[in-house]
Design a protein around this ligand. Structure first.
Ligand code: AMP
Length: 592
């Protein structure tokens, strides 16, 4: 059971912590006061420099850089619409298709198309824009939490595998690109941004070794830690789970000053050699805290000076809030920024607010933003400065790297304004049914996975008559649960356990590459589970929905469930449970 814990939020001190902070805050004020003129300038710059690109010429923009011409000629597009051009760039076409600046690499989004990560073209200077947004985060945080320069941040940061496209361009996630850049690796010393994790540990591609070294450093520097974080809540919970599994070895390393022989990466070993010294007292403390069965408040117990958790708990990550509250003893959770592979969008100007109240202010200098009122046609786009409070919009983006009127797929609600800049609540990502961490499985992918798996049932004269799903995050790592109602036409040859286990694996093989990477490389999603329910269960589900007012004519089986009474009904009808017996196939190489 999770305790409901009231966060004790610090009140803002409201004076910039330094001259540098004052400048950053001044920049935010300027941007948010002049949203519309900044947006006009950004569009002018993008269209001016890219006037000679194949894409803008195709729509006869003829060098125009004003909004009206842009809006009347350039279509709103999805990834699939521009995929042929993306593929040409990936295959080595260096002509200016989207951007006159050379495409420096592809950023691989956790959003997928046909099962593979989407490839987002980027240009070198985008790193400066990303860094600029990062540089605004601490000046805002320092207004609310004083003294962060007196200690360090324990952040669990990871890189993922990189690949090359057929034309030789690197393809990797945006954070892998950022952590490998000089902007990050050779960042100047800033007392407000000192991490416990050495670059060598962050940049180690092996997720076990990277996590091990980062955790070890976090334990060694426990007294200095003032904030604990990861990009997403799921990443921080993975770190806690890792500590649960590895504390004995970690304590042994600390006690003896020797490094676990499983850590073989030479740069990590070399930097840990300098950090690791025998410290039996600390080893004992770690042992006492971790030995206990009860891990409530473990973050506060091990890192007692932590003032807040720095993790995103909005959107799909909201499901982790109760678990994080449990492990942290109710520490405030700061969601500091809203970003994607396509573009970094903006920041939370009130980072110590409750998770349910988080809003992000989009910075108008990052790209040109338009908003499609939810449910309207693409001819009704409004500008950033013109969105209306309490309305929901889909975010449309035009970037310096050459994406034009691109549908990101995020739905945002306007909650208010900071100066002239709207503030948005992240509502949801379109078409996402199941998500444990960065995986985003939609209804079509789930349907396809079910169809592939049910082929294995054919020879047993059995079919799947109904199904639904649930993202089970009660345990770490979380896993997909799929409820199946089966029609067994000949009980003499009903599918045995091992067949249904293989169905689990077959489903996993059919899911997108982000899911499979999380299973195989990151171990951040557990084996998929099929729960077979009694015949008639889905009819009961319908009866229940109708008793609550659903129309019989329009009733559709929900393909994902989370509502407690429905979960209870389904779970009370389970006749057997099956788990994937193996890991699905995954390599960094793309299938297409
Ligand atoms: P990716 O392209 O893999 O970097 O994923 C970017 C997507 O992650 C965004 O389009 C959002 O759907 C989601 N995301 C990023 N930041 C946040 C946030 N602060 N809160 C909720 N969702 C977020």
């Amino acid at each position: 059971m999770f305790m409901a814990v009231e966060s004790t939020l610090p009140t803002p001190v409201r004076t910039p912590a330094s001259e540098k902070d004052a400048k950053a805050l001044q920049f935010i004020e300027e941007m948010t006061k002049n949203v519309d003129s900044v947006q006009e300038r950004v569009l002018r710059e993008i269209l001016g420099r890219n006037a000679e690109t194949e894409y803008l010429k195709r729509f006869s923009l003829n060098g125009a850089t004003d909004r009206e011409t842009f809006k009347s000629r350039i279509p709103v597009v999805t990834y699939e619409d521009i995929q042929p051009e993306i593929q040409r760039i990936a295959n080595g076409d260096k002509s200016p298709i989207f951007s006159v600046h050379p495409i420096s690499e592809f950023l691989t989004s956790s959003g997928t198309s046909a099962g593979e990560r989407k490839l987002m073209p980027t240009i070198h200077e985008e790193l400066d824009r990303r860094q600029l947004l990062y540089s605004l985060l601490m000046p805002v945080m320092n207004l609310y939490v004083p003294g962060l320069d007196k200690g360090k941040g324990l952040y669990f940061l990871f890189v993922k595998a990189e690949t090359k496209t057929p034309g030789g361009l690197l393809a990797r996630p945006v954070l892998t690109s950022y952590y490998n850049s000089d902007h990050f690796k050779t960042r100047p010393y800033d007392p407000f941004n000192v991490y416990t994790s050495p670059n060598e540990a962050i940049l180690c591609v092996d997720s076990f070794q990277s996590m091990y070294a980062q955790m070890l450093c976090g334990l060694i520097m426990r007294d200095e830690v003032r904030r604990v974080g990861a990009v997403f809540a799921s990443g921080l919970l993975r770190a806690i789970h890792f500590l649960q599994n590895n504390w004995k070895q970690l304590a042994h390393d600390i006690a003896t000053g020797t490094l676990n022989p499983k850590i073989t990466d030479a740069p990590v070993r070399e930097c840990m050699r300098k950090i690791l010294k025998p410290n039996p007292e600390l080893a004992q403390l770690v042992t006492i805290e971790c030995y206990e069965e009860n891990w409530e408040c473990i973050i506060k117990r091990i890192w007692p000076r932590t003032k807040y958790l720095d993790v995103i708990v909005t959107g799909a990550m909201a499901q982790y809030i109760p678990t994080l509250e449990y492990y942290s003893g109710g520490l405030p959770m700061a969601c500091t920024m809203y970003a994607s592979s396509e573009c970094y969008f903006g920041l939370n100007l009130n980072p110590m607010c409750k998770p349910s109240e988080v809003t992000y202010t989009i910075m108008p200098n990052m790209a040109y933003f338009e908003f499609l009122p939810h449910g309207s046609s693409t001819s009704c786009l409004v500008d950033l400065a013109d969105v209306e409070v309490s309305k929901e919009y889909e975010l449309i983006l035009t970037t310096y790297a050459g994406l034009c009127r691109y549908r990101v797929g995020d739905i945002l609600r306007v909650t208010g304004f900071h100066n002239a800049a709207p503030q948005f609540r992240f509502i949801r990502r379109k078409n996402v049914l199941l998500s444990i961490e960065s995986d985003k499985t939609d209804e079509a992918e789930l349907q396809n996975a079910i169809e592939n798996a049910s082929l294995l049932l054919k020879e047993f004269n059995t079919s799947v008559v109904e199904y639904t799903s649930y993202a089970d995050t009660k345990q770490i790592p979380g896993h997909y649960v799929i409820y199946w109602e089966l029609l067994v036409k000949d009980s003499a040859i009903a599918p045995a356990d091992d067949v249904l286990n293989r169905c689990c694996l077959q489903m996993e093989e059919s899911l997108n590459s982000v899911y499979r990477q999380s299973r195989v490389a990151d171990n951040s999603i557990g084996p998929l589970e099929i729960r077979v329910v009694e015949n008639g269960t889905f009819e009961e589900l319908m009866d229940y929905a109708i008793s609550r007012g659903a129309s019989i004519n329009q009733y559709k089986v929900p393909r994902c469930v989370s509502f407690t009474p429905i979960m209870e009904l389904l779970n009370s009808r389970v006749v057997s449970k099956h788990f994937s017996p193996d890991l699905p196939h995954w390599t960094p190489e793309r299938r297409r």
